[in-house]
Design a protein around this ligand. Structure first.
Ligand code: ACO
Length: 277
C-alpha cells in the first residue's frame, strides 16, 4: 500500500483497480482537513493514469468513515473563525464533487461505519456495495445539527421522501442489508465476500468501452435535474461528443455483432481488443 504524506489515505493499484482507503482506523476514518486535502491529491493523481480503469473507495479497519472529524474539522476550525470554516468546507466538498464527475467509474465499498459527511463520497461514487454488517447513519440529529455537507441532498436523491425524513429525523442506523433494501447502496453481502463481489463488478466495468462508460455515468447524473426534452437533447450532444473521442468503438462493436457474429450486445460487452482504457 502507498500512503499519502500524513498517512491519512492509503492506496494501491491491482490489475487496473485503484483501491483507495480512508486510513485513520483509530479514528474510525473520520474526515479531518488533513485527510480531505490528502484524499483530493490522491484522487487527482490517480484520475488519468493509464493503469487505472476503476476506482474503489473504502476504509481501513472497522469503518468506511465515521463522517466529519468533530474535533479537527468542526471544533478546531470554528476556533479559528469563519475563514477557516469555509476553507475546510471547500476542501471536503471539493473532493466529493470531484468524485461525482470522476473520469473513471467509481465504487464505494462500505466495509463498516458510515455516518453523516460520509454520505457525500458515498453518493459521489457511481455504485455502492456494503457489508451486511455495515452501519449507516445520519447521526447529525443525535448531536444537534442538521445533515449538512450535502447529506440531506444525498438521502433526498436516493431514498423515497418518507424514508429520507425518517432516516434524518430519527438518528437510527441502517444495516448494510437495510441500506440495500432502501436503495442507499446497490447491494449488501457478508463482509467476508465484499471485496470479492466488488472486484467482480469492477472486472465487468473494465471490460466496457471506457469512453462510453464515462459518457453514461455523467448522463445518468445530469439528466436527473433536466426536463425530458432537455435530457433528450443533452444525450444527443453527449453521444456526439463521445464519438469525437472514440468514433471507432461502436463501429467495431457493430461489426462484431452484425458481420462477425462473435458477440451479442444483449448478453455482454464487445471485445475491446486489448485497447487501453
Ligand atoms: N470525529 C472525531 N473523532 C471521532 C469520530 C468523529 N466523527 N468518530 C470516531 N472518532 C474517534 C473517537 O473520538 C475515538 O478517539 P480516541 O481513541 O482518541 O478516544 C476513536 O475515534 C474511536 O472511536 P470510538 O467511539 O471509541 O469507537 P467505537 O468503535 O466504540 O464507535 C462509532 C464507533 C459508533 C463510529 C463512534 O466512534 C461514533 O459514534 N462516532 C461518531 C459518528 C458520527 O456521528 N459522525 C459525525 C456524523 S455528522 C457529520 O459528519 C457532519
Amino acid at each position: 500500500m502507498n500512503t499519502s504524506p500524513n498517512g491519512t489515505v492509503a492506496w494501491e493499484i491491482v490489475e487496473r483497480i485503484a483501491w483507495v482507503k480512508y486510513n485513520r482506523p483509530d479514528k474510525r476514518n473520520c474526515m479531518s482537513p488533513t485527510l480531505n486535502r490528502e484524499m483530493a491529491q490522491v484522487l487527482e493523481d490517480l484520475e488519468f493514469r493509464e493503469d487505472v480503469g476503476v476506482l474503489v473507495l473504502t476504509g481501513e479497519g472497522a469503518a468506511f468513515s465515521a463522517g466529519m472529524d468533530l474535533k479537527e474539522y468542526f471544533r478546531e476550525t470554528a476556533q479559528q473563525g469563519l475563514g477557516a470554516i469555509r476553507k475546510a468546507q471547500r476542501q471536503a466538498y471539493g473532493w466529493w464533487e470531484r468524485l461525482r464527475w470522476y473520469h473513471k467509474p467509481t465504487i464505494a465499498m462500505v466495509n463498516g461505519w458510515c455516518f453523516g459527511g460520509a454520505y457525500g463520497p458515498l453518493f459521489g461514487c457511481d455504485l455502492a456495495f456494503a457489508a451486511d454488517e455495515a452501519q449507516f447513519g445520519l447521526s447529525e440529529i443525535n448531536w444537534g445539527i442538521l445533515p449538512g455537507g450535502g447529506a440531506s441532498k444525498v438521502v433526498s436523491e436516493l431514498l423515497p421522501f418518507r424514508k429520507a425524513m425518517y432516516h434524518a429525523m430519527m438518528g437510527e442506523n441502517l444495516t448494510g442489508r437495510q441500506a440495500a433494501e432502501w436503495g442507499l447502496v446497490n447491494e449488501s453481502v457478508p463482509l467476508t465476500l465484499l471485496k470479492e463481489r466488488v472486484t467482480e463488478v469492477a472486472g465487468v466495468l473494465l471490460g466496457k468501452n471506457p469512453v462510453a462508460l464515462r459518457a453514461t455515468k455523467d448522463a445518468i447524473r445530469r439528466v436527473r435535474e433536466m426536463t425530458y426534452d432537455n435530457a433528450e437533447d443533452y444525450l444527443i450532444r453527449a453521444q456526439e461528443a463521445a464519438d469525437s473521442f472514440d468514433g471507432e468503438g461502436r463501429k467495431e462493436a457493430t461489426r462484431q455483432f452484425i458481420d462477425e457474429k462473435s458477440f451479442k450486445p444483449g448478453l455482454g460487452a464487445y471485445d475491446l481488443g486489448g485497447r487501453p482504457s
